[in-house]
Structure formats: structure tokens, C-alpha cells
Design a binder for this molecule. Structure first.
Ligand SMILES: Cc1ncc(C[n+]2csc(CCOP(=O)(O)OP(=O)(O)O)c2C)c(N)n1
Ligand SMILES: [Mg+2]
Length: 389
């Protein structure tokens, strides 16, 4: 694979540091440049929609449209979930606008016999893997039945405890190795998750055992209000993989073709006994961290606007138009179809989302402590008085 430099992908980062660099910091930065080996970069579609013909995977028109539709559906689902949450119809939500190419690209090359272990901002990949949208709505609204993967889908439930799903993902991959199945695991986590010891343990264990797993680090610039440079002193983050002896690459995460090519190569290597790969996907979280967050408190509008120009959907749309895969009317039709699909899923969700207040204390303790049992009794009596079923 020939790789290209990603020039300005993160060029604005340093300028937004909250405090100017001290002399010591400057010295450290200089040392880092000298001491660290390079990691290859991959970009195929530039921000203006132009393509590197040598690297283009030459997918056929139907596949290109399927990929575009998946990214649009992810964006529309995202917007609908935010609206529902603001209207009091949804518990909470971690939106992923801007990260659609990273999401779809990392699961596109997986087959049904492969595995996926995601973090919480992965609904786009989950929908691609076969999660019905109403199931994900139930999940985010706190309904128990939303957490289980659909029958036949080899996914683990997503994790909210940062990094906690990475070690089990390595375990599943090693299980596949032990059973001599040629299945591969893809697991994803954020830039912030690299600060969790368990992610380091997972990387090391996978490397030592040559487990069939692909680690996708979605570097979206922020861990809530903590900028990536504030908690990681390596740049690119892909060097973290190198340190564990894992082949590593930095990919333009807003370029779905690059994500597909990098992940496909990693999956095939793992499937044929070549062990793990670490992919840093450089992307950006355009919206709030979750519905409880206000990013205006910690980042500037200028920074967000710079990333709007790199929108993965618009970039891919221009590519499709340029290749005459579809026309403007075709793109609009996909948008409308996705909107109708999401609304239909919302209606199915509503018909199933009936809370059972009497269960509020259940499913935590097998043997409920006395104090909690007393609280439960008082609560049930209150429901009786109010006539709540
Ligand atoms: C172990 C743990 N510590 C802290 C939190 C609170 N928390 C939730 S999301 C988050 C930031 C994670 O950032 P990153 O890994 O970059 O993922 P992103 O949200 O950007 O996708 C934190 C600290 C948590 N969920 N789990
Ligand atoms: Mg992050």
C-alpha cells in the first residue's frame, strides 16, 4: 500500500492550546520530532472530493451507494435522536456527526462471522452490523431489551465505561484463534481511552499472542472537554500501537475509502495469522459530547467551522457525482428515504417504549439489602396511592 501525507488534518490543533508553550514544552516538542519514528498516513479522497486514482479501491456503483446511504442514515439518525432528547422523548445520547466515515469504514469489510466490540458513539457501525434503529432507541432510552445484540449479530454490547470493552474484545479474538475459526474482531475506542490502563493491557496482550483483532482509535480531538494533547504526548497517536509492536497507521477518518482500505488490509492480515493492527482514525466530533454537554464552554466556533469543510458526507457526495454514480436528485432521494426510515423506526420504538416503574429497583441485587427493600416498599406504596400500574 502506498500512503499519502495528511498535511493539514490536525494543523489547527496546536494553535488552540489554552496557554502558550513554555520553553520546556518547546524543547520537549523538538525532542519528540527527533526521537519518534514516522507512522504512515493514508488518505484517498481529499476534502474537495478529488480522488487518488492509484489508491482508489474501485468499488462498484451499488457498493458506493450503499456506503453513502449508510453514512446519511447515520447522520439522520443522529439528528433525530438529538431532537427526541430535546423534546423529552429520549433518555440521553452520544452523537457522532462528523465521524460517519470512520464508523462505516471500520465495519464495512467485516463479514457475518466476524466480531465487533464498540464504544458508545458507534451507532452508525451498529446499524450497519444489523442493529435495528428502534433497538438502539430503546437502549438509549434505558430499556433493558435495547442492550442485547440482535440474534445472529456477533457484536458485544457497547461500553460506556471507557476502554472496558477492549480487553474482552482481545479475549474474544483469542477465543477465535483457540477454536481455529478465521473470524476477526474489530474494536473501537476514543483518543481519551488511550489513557486507560486496560487499553494498554489489551494492546500488549493482543500483540504478544498475535490475536486476530483490529484496534480503531477514533481520534476526534476531544475527550469531553479534554483536548487530545492534554492527555497524550505522542503525535500521531498511532505511535502507541508501534510501541506495543503492532503494525499501525494513521488514516484520514473523514475519508470513507481510506478507512475501508486500511481496515480491509488489517482484517485480512488478522484473518491469515498476521496478528493485530492499530488504526488511528483522525476525525472530529462536530456536536456535543452527549446531550448533557455544552462544547461552547471549551472550544471555539472557528475550530468547528474548519472541520465542517472536511465533512465526510459532502466529500463522498462530490466523489459520487464526479464518478457519475448518481446525480443531485439521486443524492436528495437517498436523504429523503433515510429520513422516512428513521421516522418509521421512531414509531416502532414508541409503540414498544412502555416504562415499567415497578421494576425500578429490580435487576441490581440478587439479595436486596434491607434499607433498599424498605425504600422499594415505600416507592411501591407511593405508586399505589397515585394509581400508577
Ligand atoms: C472509566 C471511565 N472514566 C470516565 C468516564 C466519563 N467519561 C465518559 S466519556 C469520557 C471521554 C472519553 O473520550 P474519548 O475516549 O476520546 O471518546 P469520545 O467521547 O471522544 O468518543 C469520559 C471521561 C467513563 N465513562 N468511564
Ligand atoms: Mg475523543
Amino acid at each position: 500500500m502506498t500512503h499519502r501525507t495528511m498535511d493539514s488534518v490536525r494543523s489547527s490543533k496546536g494553535k488552540n492550546r489554552r496557554t502558550p508553550r513554555s520553553a520546556d514544552e518547546d524543547a520537549n516538542a523538538a525532542r519528540r520530532t527527533i526521537a519518534t519514528p514516522g507512522v504512515e498516513d493514508l488518505r484517498i479522497l481529499a476534502a474537495d472530493g478529488s480522488v487518488d486514482r492509484d489508491l482508489d479501491p474501485h468499488l462498484d456503483d451499488d457498493e458506493l451507494l450503499r456506503i453513502h446511504r449508510a453514512m446519511v442514515l447515520t447522520r439522520v439518525f443522529d439528528q433525530r435522536m438529538l431532537t427526541m432528547q430535546r423534546q423529552g422523548q429520549m433518555g440521553t445520547f452520544a452523537p457522532g456527526a462528523g465521524q460517519e466515515a470512520t464508523q462505516i469504514g471500520q465495519v464495512y469489510p467485516l463479514t457475518e462471522r466476524d466480531w465487533f466490540s464498540p464504544s458508545y458513539r458507534s451507532f452508525g457501525a451498529q446499524i450497519w452490523r444489523g442493529w435495528e434503529m428502534e433497538r438502539l432507541m430503546l437502549l438509549w432510552d434505558g430499556f433493558f431489551e435495547g442492550f442485547a445484540p440482535p440474534p445472529g449479530v456477533r457484536d458485544l454490547p457497547f461500553s460506556i465505561v471507557i476502554g472496558s470493552h477492549v480487553l474482552p474484545a482481545v479475549g474474544v479474538a483469542m477465543g477465535m484463534q483457540y477454536r481455529e475459526e478465521d473470524s476477526v474482531m474489530v474494536t473501537n475506542f476514543g483518543d481519551g481511552a488511550l489513557s486507560q490502563g486496560v487499553v494498554a493491557e489489551g494492546l500488549n496482550f493482543a500483540a504478544v499472542n498475535q490475536a486476530p483483532i483490529v484496534f480503531v482509535c477514533e481520534n476526534n480531538g476531544w475527550a469531553i472537554s479534554t483536548r487530545v494533547e492534554q492527555q497524550c504526548h505522542v503525535d500521531p497517536l498511532a505511535l502507541r500501537g508501534v510501541g506495543f509492536g503492532v503494525p499501525s497507521i494513521r488514516v484520514d477518518g473523514n475519508d470513507v475509502l481510506a478507512m475501508i482500505v486500511a481496515t480491509r488490509e488489517a482484517i485480512e492480515r488478522a484473518r491469515h495469522g498476521g496478528g493485530p493492527t492499530f488504526i488511528e482514525a483522525v476525525t472530529y466530533r462536530m456536536g456535543v459530547h452527549t446531550t448533557a454537554d455544552d462544547p461552547k464552554v471549551y472550544r471555539t466556533d472557528d475550530e468547528v467551522e474548519a472541520w465542517e469543510d472536511r465533512c465526510p458526507l459532502r466529500r463522498f457526495g462530490i466523489y459520487l457525482l464526479g464518478r457519475n454514480v448518481t446525480d443531485q436528485a439521486g443524492l436528495e432521494r437517498i436523504q429523503q428515504e433515510c429520513e422516512a426510515e428513521v421516522l418509521a423506526a421512531r414509531d416502532r420504538f414508541r409503540s414498544r417504549a412502555h416504562a415499567k416503574p415497578r421494576e425500578a429497583f429490580d435487576f441490581v441485587f440478587a439479595d436486596m439489602p434491607d434499607e433498599l427493600a424498605r425504600q422499594r416498599q415505600a416507592y411501591l406504596e407511593k405508586l399505589d396511592r397515585k394509581g400508577v400500574e
